[in-house]
Ligand binder design. Structure first.
Ligand code: ATP
Length: 254
């Protein structure tokens, strides 16, 4: 496998009961790049994203075929420690979901449980570093003990990004991370994604084609459970190879 491939999806299909939500997907994700997953509602973007850190395991009566390689390990190998896997592949959800605890505790909680940092100065440093990387430190440094749910929506979402970063993942999965935010907060998240890709491999589901065009290096277009095409974002938006992609990006459907 090429050194730059972080995740390799091979012949992956996914079923909810008898319903086949994803059909024979082959897709590689490159290290330190942003890949956007786009397509009309119900095409399988979120399902696909959730397969990448086995979040779909939590849904009963589902089945996956094919392989997802992370490095040279198949993440669906029964020997895989799923908790460990989700440490390496972090996730940020559509709606900011901080715990009803302090700003500090939100970032420190998982590293404490997983023994990533010890209580005290080491944890203080990790919390500061994570908040800095998430572009939130200056806004919250004097109110770390305040309850996180007092923050604005955009701040809460950056806190959730800080929380994911504190676990020192390799990959960040983002499921429409800005869809509940106003344009200014959205811009901050987009700027942040651009900075974060220096350290992380980012895979983002978005409904907004403008957002995909602004933040991603590669774009994958899904339609009814199929991956129609994937390529350089600029090319997908200017000269897509497939008619279905062109119809979607020009607003003819979806
Ligand atoms: N828990 C579930 N049980 C059964 N079917 C599901 C479940 N979650 C999703 N589906 C179905 O799988 C298909 C893909 O859904 P998914 O949420 O992945 O699409 P999406 O492209 O992310 O859509 P959206 O953009 O609207 O969020 C849809 O037909 C949906 O109804």
């Amino acid at each position: 496998m090429s050194a730059d491939v972080m995740i390799k999806v091979e012949k992956m299909s996914f079923y909810y009961g008898d319903f086949k939500a994803l059909n024979d997907i082959n897709l590689d994700f490159l290290k330190n790049h942003v890949t956007a997953l786009i397509g009309p509602s119900g095409c399988g973007k979120s399902t696909f994203l959730r397969c990448l850190n086995r979040m779909n395991d939590l849904i009963p009566d589902t089945k996956i075929d094919g392989r997802i390689l992370f490095g040279d390990v198949d993440i669906y190998d029964p020997k895989i420690d799923v908790v460990e896997l989700r440490k390496r592949i972090g996730m940020v959800f559509q709606k900011p979901n901080p715990f009803p605890k302090s700003i500090y505790e939100n970032v420190a909680y998982a590293p404490k449980i997983h023994g990533i940092a010890n209580k005290g100065p080491q944890m203080d440093d990790l919390v500061e570093e994570s908040l800095r990387k998430a572009g939130l430190w200056d806004e919250v440094k004097d109110r770390l003990t305040e309850v996180a749910t007092n923050l604005s929506g955009g701040q809460q979402q950056r806190l959730c990004i800080a929380r994911a970063i504190a676990m020192q993942p390799d990959i960040l999965l983002m499921d429409e991370p800005a869809s509940a935010l106003d344009p200014i907060a959205t811009q901050k998240i987009e700027d942040l994604i651009f900075e974060l890709k220096e350290r992380y491999t980012i895979i983002i589901v978005t409904h907004s084609m403008q957002q995909a065009a602004r933040v991603s290096d590669y774009t994958a277009f899904f339609y009814m459970g199929d991956l129609i095409e994937v390529g350089d974002t600029q090319e997908i938006f200017t000269q897509p190879a497939k008619k279905q992609t062109e119809d979607y990006i020009t607003g003819r459907f979806g």
